[in-house]
Ligand binder design. Structure first.
Ligand SMILES: Nc1nc2c(ncn2[C@@H]2O[C@H](COP(=O)(O)OP(=O)(O)OP(=O)(O)O)[C@@H](O)[C@H]2O)c(=O)[nH]1
Length: 621
């Protein structure tokens, strides 16, 4: 196939598209199939899921980082789809499908003109199908509805084609049918993409403007920045400027990915490619920023740039204190590739030296922890995740609390917590149990619609702090796995929140403190005190475990002392001698109780904290 060259490609033959889908509906498989059909990778060389590069992505079967591939495609003269015959350049932009990475999804959508909305023919529309569709419609993309997995015996093409058509606003016959696994319908889909996707428009003579939709750190090449050129062209001779910071960088290489990097002299209007500059970490080349040339550069950026703010915080501590320097280096390395990850040193009386880390969400947190443990061979313990609270004091001062230990002392006037707008899709049979769960989690119902006669969409606002624990797991188990969830940040609300401390021997143990709704404080206290009672070995003296809100104790357990048999050696003997020995023992214990410190084995911390954490898979939505 004679592929048009980057830099001199006529925009009228370029088609930029992405695939959006609910998790596991087959996006990566379809992308692989397209790479094969367009000859970009041959069948032998193609390993499963070419685009998911990181091992964790492949293992968990999810897409974290987006990638873009340039594929030549020739529409034959006799195609049934009615597409104009000829050779085209298709740029497929792979978007991450998870709620934690919504911002990355929305930026990669903006690099496209069309989105393939892929739905599993055996499952139908799910929460992320909707969330992604709304994002794509918000970005003004043309939507191409596709039902995938039509080879499955359980596929219900007629039902779900109607559902999808109803959602997108087309006729059921216009919904394309594919099996990414067997390849059926994929050629026709490629022709349809050519036919339906609008060609990019831009001003070739204007100063260069390109949108950064991804930025990846590569050990050998430094930061590789993926861009979509909107106006002008970017050439390897340029010095480029990041418009949000005005920072200027040397351009070392420009090219396109097909599917390995191919150098090009330049890339022009509508093209999608990569830049390699002298930039050392991805924070200098941020997703959403506009790139222009230093000389005669554009004055107006493409707009919409947002700084990624962490939403969930947790402390990460090495189980072996000697690993602290390794953990610090590892976080520094990960940050090169993850502009959203933040960390700062933190010390805990209970856990020693560690870091307070900020994440975009729970999945982001799990992935980061996983990578730290796997790639850097670390054994870590993480404290329970929490969201960011605003605490307003009586005197009007305001504190941002990302860690229960920072919760200010003194009289609190108001505590505000972040809330999310959640969309839950489930079979109608489960409405009752979902409502019950949401109520338990302090949610308020905003609306409910039937997508078909047996499937409902429920919209709730929920406190984010309630979602980060085990909401998704509970939702899944209550609905036998049928419900799907998506949510987005939506402001703050005042709530009756308190800080619950767990005290051992009257001393608070920072790792177990939590900020929690007053109604749930008691059960949290009872649960933690009970758990610690089982986990902490008995000491020579009695150890009280208390849960307290400020000075008020709300729950208590006691670890009984080990009673040494001081009378063992006192055969027979008279009663007063025995009493004397027991009195002595009692006095000794009293002294110990005052001065003795409780030895909490690290395993007890690990066990107590790990069970307050969300289960492994909770990020998979
Ligand atoms: N039978 C059948 N299975 C398919 C088809 N397409 C994908 N699958 C399977 O569905 C599962 C999920 O596919 P993926 O391509 O990983 O899904 P995805 O949407 O990319 O998932 P994320 O990357 O996590 O968003 C895999 O086990 C695929 O083999 C299909 O057309 N037919």
């Amino acid at each position: 196939m004679n592929a048009p060259k980057p830099g001199s490609t006529d925009p009228s033959i370029i088609r930029n598209f992405c695939i959006i889908a609910h998790i596991d509906h087959g996006k990566s498989t379809l992308a692989d199939r397209m790479l094969q059909l367009t000859g970009v990778v041959d069948e032998r060389a193609s390993r499963a899921q070419y685009l998911d590069r990181m091992d964790i992505e492949r293992e968990r079967g999810i897409t974290i980082k987006s990638q873009a591939v340039r594929m030549p495609w020739t529409v034959p003269p006799d195609n049934a789809e009615g597409a104009e015959p000829g050779t085209y350049v298709l740029n497929m932009i792979d978007t991450p499908g998870h709620v934690d990475f919504t911002y990355e999804v929305s930026r990669s959508l903006e690099a496209c003109e069309a989105a393939i909305l892929l739905v599993d023919a055996a499952q139908g529309i799910e929460a992320q199908t909707l969330a992604n569709l709304y994002l794509a419609m918000g970005a003004d993309l043309h939507i191409i509805p596709v039902l995938n997995k039509i080879d499955l015996p359980s596929a219900n093409v007629e039902k779900y084609a109607a559902e999808l058509a109803g959602l997108v606003g087309c006729e059921p016959e216009e919904v394309l049918l594919t099996s990414a696994k067997t390849g059926v319908g994929v050629e026709a889909l490629l022709n349809e993409i050519v036919k339906q996707t609008p060609a990019p428009v831009g001003d070739a003579d204007a100063p260069a403007r390109a949108l950064i939709f991804d930025s990846v750190y590569d050990t050998y090449r430094g930061v590789v920045t993926y861009v979509r050129v909107v106006d002008g062209k970017l050439s390897h001779r340029d010095r480029i400027k990041m418009m949000s910071t005005n920072a200027v960088h040397e351009m070392l290489e420009v090219g396109v990915i097909s599917p390995e990097p191919v150098k090009a002299g330049e890339i022009g209007v509508g093209e999608v490619g990569y830049l390699i500059t002298g930039v050392k970490d991805v924070r200098q080349s941020r997703v959403g920023d506009t790139v222009t040339s230093q000389h005669h550069g554009a004055t107006e950026s493409l707009g919409g740039y947002k700084h990624p703010n962490p939403m969930v915080y947790a402390g990460l501590y090495p189980i072996d204190g000697d690993d602290y320097p390794t953990l610090r280096d590892a976080l520094e390395k990960l940050q090169l590739n993850d502009a959203a990850l933040t960390y700062e040193p933190e010390t805990s009386g209970a856990l020693g030296f560690g870091f307070r880390c900020g994440f975009l969400g729970l999945l982001h947190m799990e992935i980061t922890r996983d990578r730290l443990e796997r790639e850097f061979n670390l054994d870590l313990i993480s404290t329970a995740p929490n969201v960011v609270y605003q605490v307003v004091m009586d005197d009007g001062t305001e504190h941002e609390v990302t860690n229960p230990s920072e919760y200010p002392d003194g009289k609190v006037a108001e505590v505000r917590e972040p809330v999310v707008k959640a969309t839950i899709l489930a079979p109608a049979d489960f409405i009752g149990t979902i409502m019950e769960l949401c109520q338990l989690k302090r949610g308020s119902l905003q609306g409910m619609d039937y997508l078909s006669e047996d499937r409902v969409e429920m919209r709730y606002t929920l406190p984010m702090g309630e979602i980060v624990f085990d909401f998704f797991d509970q939702l899944k188990s209550r609905t036998k796995g049928y419900a799907s969830l998506d949510y987005e940040r939506s402001g703050e609300q005042a709530a009756d929140l308190v800080k619950v401390d767990i005290l051992l021997q009257g001393e608070p143990v920072d790792a177990f403190s939590a900020i929690i709704h007053r109604d749930a404080a008691y059960s949290y206290g009872v649960m933690m005190a009970g758990k610690l009672k089982d986990l902490i070995p008995r000491q020579q003296f009695e150890v009280p475990i208390q849960a307290a809100i400020g000075a008020r104790v709300i729950a208590r357990e006691t670890i009984r002392a080990i009673r040494k048999d001081v009378l063992a050696k006192c055969y027979g003997g008279d009663i007063s001698r025995k009493r004397k020995l027991l009195e002595k023992q009692k006095a000794g214990k009293k002294r110990m109780k005052n001065i003795g410190s409780v030895e909490v084995p690290p395993e007890a911390f690990v066990a107590a904290l790990s069970t307050t954490q969300p289960a492994e898979k909770s990020g998979k939505k």
